[in-house]
Design a protein around this ligand. Sequence first.
Ligand code: ADP
Ligand code: MG
Length: 619
Amino acid sequence: MGQIAVLDQNMINMIAAGEVIERPASVVKELVENSIDAGATKITVAVEDGGRKLISVSDNGCGMGADDLDKAFEPHTTSKIRTAADLHGISTLGFRGEALASIASVARINAVSRTHDSPAANCLEIDCGNKTDVRPCSGDYGTTIQVRDLFYRLPARRKFLRTANTEMGHITEQFIRIALSACAASEGPEQDQHSTAAALDLTLIHNGRELYRLPAGQDLLQRIPTLFPTLCGNPRDDFIQVRSSERGMHIHALLGKPAISKTSTRFQYIFLNGRFIRDRFISHAIREAYRGLIEPNRFAVVFLFITMPFQDYDVNVHPTKTEVRFYNANFVHSQILGAFRERLLGTNLDVPAELPAVPASAPIPGAPASGHRSRQITEAMAEFFRKHRAEHSQRRLEFESKYHHAQAPAVQPAISPPPQAPPPAEPASAAKTFIQIHDSFIIAETDGGFVIIDQHALHERILYEDLHRRIHHGNLESQRLLIPQSFEVTQTQAALLEANAGLLERLGIELVPFGPRTLAVQAFPSLLAKADPADFILDLIDLLESRHTAPDPQALLEQALSMAACKAAIKAGQRLSDSEIEQLLARRLEADSASRCPHGRPTTISFSLKDLEKQFKRK
Ligand code: ADP
Ligand code: MG
């Protein structure tokens, strides 16, 4: 006897629901997308018990007539595509025609809708696929769909729903994506940066309490702090705007400065023609753009809005449509990487010092108390000036006499001069405008105030860029060691070095066998003269051994270079001569990205004169 039965339609819908409707948040997403497609300018989402009890979405969109309302909940019904050709030009958020049918097969639905030319509304109820007839009722223009008791007839699915709090978290995330994309949707490629105002008024209510009320007319920089109250201080200071346009692809992005980086990619929001997406290529481009500007275990905050012709990608690869396929992924990758990198490198990313707010003569009620961190900085500075006043003036005298009378220093400076050694930036007679403290930090005067520089981090960045440039131009000189330095390796390690011979060669390192299980370094890059060759190779072996993923030669080279720069850079605790400090400061101005060490930590904290004057109540 045959075992194969044809599934009835409701069963098919329930299975489809498993793909599209995972949890209450998916219902919110589908319903709100429908409202947006219906041209709504005001959408209210009201939820009870994390959506487990009720999800209601009301809009003021075009509404549906009695016929359409009836059809909308049938499977494969959509007003958005008619032919296969339409699939290539999808400008709406929906098109599969399965969301309403899926939802209706796994919950109790109450739908009311009224078109703008209709004297009355129509409504219908559905209980897990069992529909009542459509009948007239009273109601506003637009559509309200209420979804109750999701999965109540599917105990196995219902069991997978989490606590109201967790489900509400997912719903909020969906709501945030829509709220952000609404800002971008109003944006055209030719418009200026003030045109990101959202045309959509959005409200989210949970158990009768209003969680978000986002009026239309808000732009991105206003919406971001409303949606993420703790993400940043002042979004105008914490983000860099980028716009670029090439071959029909337009990008607009807000790039979070490294100072507000996060421990996950949660705050990377990517929208393609108003649709939230996740994409490996784009995530990779973002990571690359920030390389060396943030620490490797931190992630940038990025809001990226891409507009491109619908023909250039396929959205029909994933039921929830968060994944797309770009027909020219390389172009997308390189445009994003190029535009972001250029903008980031062209921006001063020095960390501004956070000074405590100066209390006004009368305390302002509700004014934020000065932060813990700011207090720490001020205390540390006060402490520093207390301790160092005497020493500082003494060093200044020493310096001046040395400057006026001494010959060039006999000792070899720790900092090797740049390829074309520039003359000292200022004439020797200029007053000295820097000091070194604790043999670790340099305080230097700038036009608008002063900076505190971490000498190791800055030198590391300079060496790293130097190494990079030279490798790129193929002129990384290496130097033969008078006495080859030997070190022991296991057989696997020797094999690993052998397998990475190309990398060693690019780094200008020459190894020779030196007996059983012993190798020797015969040549080593001159730029790394300060690093111990054998020690460096052993660390390089560690690096090679720790790479579990398929080695990407470029990433490996980067890691090796930042390791090399770290080892060869002057250390914290190393006393520097004034001419060494001068060289360091001069080369700081030449570096592409002097604000961050290659590992992404800040090298410089800047203090503005204006803030100081405020602190000392001069203004
Ligand atoms: P899709 O959005 O993929 O077309 P859905 O099942 O989500 O499929 O919706 C089916 C159809 O119902 C839509 O194509 C649209 O015509 C209609 N519809 C759904 N929601 C609304 C709404 N809020 N306002 C007006 N029409 C709607
Ligand atoms: Mg839809």
